[in-house]
Ligand binder design. Structure first.
Ligand code: FAD
Length: 562
């Protein structure tokens, strides 16, 4: 007979938003619940994220007078994914995302508010100009136990002011393009940070917690209250199937020691994707795909996907990721995604032949994928260069570079990352691009900036392009000439914010075997599961919302199963 070191009802692997929500749902229903988290921090990449959650037709959107329905969201997703995803899973998501929101709000202090953030392909049938993406409420360190604050993973540098000062979504938007009221907002954000003198003397880390980190913090508090447990530094090693094929437990490594955990109800795998596993990237992802291009934290090495495959689970979409153009900053352990910078007027992306090859203002997944698709031996687009002039440099943020501050006050890492020259030809020589070709590309763009029409790639023509345009720039808020020296360039990679291929699941998040049958007691959510969004990215929050929704459905199925 098997010797067990511990027995629980539900074992949850990983502590991203979906995993934590699942554990809360299970624990709240009286199931003995344990989360095992490999790293010494909880929250996963979810906690580093912008915390946007895409929930169609939520109560918050409807209360704000918006028209939306699960049917319209189904139409939209279906339009984007074609036949790559089973209709039943899409239905399960669009019907239940808003239920998930209510159920989480009923069990925690987490709140989601619909915001006017444009769907990434709003021009498609069923797309919306806003109010499907939701922002979450913030939380202060004083509302967490000291230990839970110390072990909470923090916001990604790219999602904070100057790489270290947290702000909310509604505060960041006017500051990025310096829209009305930006000065007052800036003063408030700076005061909140520097005014916390006791903390500033101790640490650069803010006690004001925002975005995905706030989601993790709220869920941790609620999990504590419900009696759920979370073990840090504990990694899933193997899944154990009983004689009848059902999952009966797992082997985990806890601080170097192996333990066998028996699960009476089942296991939910929420251990992220394989973006930080170079061998898996080489095997599955297209193009020259480096682990260092990823903006995700280092623990997502595909462990749970591989453990599932070893016991016979099927996989899907393994060649897909949540793509994003990224830049590397010397000394930082993850890449920085360029979520919005590309859309601001006065920058362009060129390949190594000095040619543009895309509408730079499209959503990051489309732009990232375009970088891979455009890669040719005679005109490499991996890596590419993002090029901007002094006017852009002073006015807008770009990766690690801070607007308004003169060059000599920029961080040494930012100055190491950029190439800079007083002429376009000089810059071209520094980045190894044909000077005449780059000059031609830029004068063509400068002409488009005057007419307002990007004749080559239609930059500024789609609603989402314009979301991050600078409305004070006319005739096209996404286009300005690059004509003020000096000129700058940063190397850009087709990176990601997580992979999206993984274990094949059904509409209750049950993991399927090679014959399409569910493996009893095994569930997968988040980037451990093949995404319900197929190869698409409908809007901000398309990764976190399904992770939490399918977490809820997994728990329902598991605790209601006979
Ligand atoms: P994670 O949140 O990464 O959680 C996985 C956890 O599993 C990790 O803590 C990891 O340590 C742990 N783990 C790994 N292996 C094991 C093992 N063997 N045993 C135990 N634990 C293990 N998405 C949105 O929807 N909205 C946004 O606003 C958004 N903004 C983003 C901003 C940035 C800067 C980045 C980088 C990403 C953003 N994303 C956003 C993407 C999103 O963060 C990820 O797609 C999502 O967090 C993945 O969730 P997950 O639960 O699958 O994985």
């Amino acid at each position: 007979p098997t010797q067990w070191d511990k027995e629980v009802d539900v074992l949850v692997v990983g502590s991203g938003a979906g995993a934590m929500a699942s554990a809360l749902f299970a624990s709240d229903r009286g199931a003995r619940t344990l989360i095992v988290e490999k790293s010494d921090l909880y929250g996963g990449t979810s906690a580093t994220s912008g915390g946007g959650v895409w929930i169609p037709a939520s109560d918050s959107a409807l209360e704000q007078g918006q028209q939306d329905s699960p049917d319209e969201a189904f139409t939209y997703i279906k339009e984007l994914v074609g036949n790559t995803v089973a209709d039943g899973r899409i239905r399960a998501f669009v019907e239940n995302a808003r239920v998930m929101k209510r159920e989480i709000e009923a069990r925690s202090d987490l709140r989601f508010t619909a915001i006017p953030y444009t769907d990434y392909q709003a021009e498609k049938p069923g797309g919306k100009m806003g109010y499907r993406s939701h922002a979450c409420n913030t939380i202060h360190a004083d509302d967490l136990s000291p230990e839970d604050f110390a072990t909470l993973r923090t916001t990604h540098k790219s999602a904070m002011l100057f790489g270290k000062i947290p702000w909310t979504i509604m505060e960041s938007a006017p500051m990025i393009t310096r829209g009305p009221g930006w000065k007052g907002t800036m003063a408030r954000v700076l005061w909140r940070y520097y005014g916390d003198i006791a903390q500033r003397l101790k640490s650069p880390r803010s006690r004001f917690i925002v975005f995905g980190s706030a989601i993790a913090a709220h869920l941790k508090n609620a999990l504590n209250r419900s009696g759920g447990e979370l073990w840090l530094r504990t990694a899933l090693v193997e899944l154990l199937r009983g004689p009848d094929g059902a999952i009966e437990g797992a082997i985990v490594a806890r601080e170097g020691k192996q333990m066998r955990i028996r699960t009476r109800k089942g296991v939910i795998l929420g251990a992220g994707g394989f973006e930080r596993n170079q061998a898996m990237r080489d095997k599955y992802l297209p193009g020259d795909s480096r682990e260092t291009f990823s903006a995700s934290q280092e623990n997502n090495t595909g462990d749970a996907i591989q453990a599932g495959m070893r016991i016979g689970a099927a996989t899907d979409l393994m060649d897909e990721a949540w793509w994003a153009p990224t830049v590397r900053v010397p000394g930082e352990d993850t890449a920085r995604p360029l979520f919005y910078e590309r859309a601001l007027p006065g920058c362009i992306i060129v390949n190594q032949a000095g040619e543009r090859y895309m509408n730079e203002a499209r959503s990051y997944d489309i732009a990232g994928k375009a970088m891979i698709d455009a890669d040719r031996p005679d005109a490499r687009s991996i890596p590419s260069w993002i090029i901007f002039d002094a006017r852009f440099r002073k006015k807008y943020p770009m990766g690690p570079i801070i607007p308004l501050l003169p060059d000599f006050l920029q961080s040494p890492a930012a100055r190491k990352a950029w190439r800079k020259a007083s002429t376009v030809a000089g810059l071209a020589r520094k980045i190894g691009v044909d000077p005449e070709r780059l000059e031609r590309t830029i004068s063509r763009v400068n002409r488009f900036a005057n007419t307002g029409l990007d004749e080559d790639f239609g930059r500024g023509s789609a609603p989402y392009d314009r979301y991050y345009g600078d409305q004070s720039v006319q005739p096209n808020p996404n286009l300005a000439p690059l004509d003020q020296p000096p000129f700058y360039a940063l190397e850009v990679y087709p990176g990601d914010i997580g992979t999206k291929g993984g274990l094949a699941t059904d509409e209750a998040a049950r993991v399927l075997d090679m014959t399409g049958q569910p493996i009893a007691g095994l569930y997968a959510i988040g980037n451990t599961a093949a995404s319900v969004m197929g190869p698409s990215y409908p809007g901000a929050g398309s990764t976190l919302a399904p992770a939490m929704t399918f977490g809820m459905l997994a728990v329902q199925d598991m605790l209601e199963a006979k």
